[in-house]
Design a protein around this ligand. Structure first.
Ligand SMILES: [Zn+2]
Length: 92
């Protein structure tokens, strides 16, 4: 099956696929929300001090923790709930 340009027909691709965009510096994990935004976990390290920041790209939600597991759990939990749409890249 081909379209009028002779190209194989493909399923329409999703508007935003987080694994195709470069991750911001320091991002160690990224959770995809039900609405297609991402919840990013970034790590800040300064000597013995470590901090993990959780930030949603769809809404103003932010969280931070000194414990990595807690940050991941928080990000996962928010990604399951958040229905805010990501802002289009061109509008940033
Ligand atoms: Zn959110």
């Amino acid at each position: 099956m081909t379209d009028r340009n002779g190209q194989p027909q493909q399923q329409p691709s999703p508007v935003s696929t987080p694994w195709q965009v470069p991750w911001p510096t320091g991002t160690i994990a990224r959770y995809w929300t039900v609405a297609g935004a991402t919840v990013d976990v970034t790590k800040t390290e300064d000597g013995d001090f470590r901090r993990y920041d959780v930030k949603c790209t769809g809404c103003p939600h932010e969280d931070s923790s000194r414990i990595g597991d807690n940050a991941h759990t928080s990000a996962q939990a928010h990604a399951e709930r958040c229905r805010a749409l990501p802002r289009p890249v061109a509008g940033q």
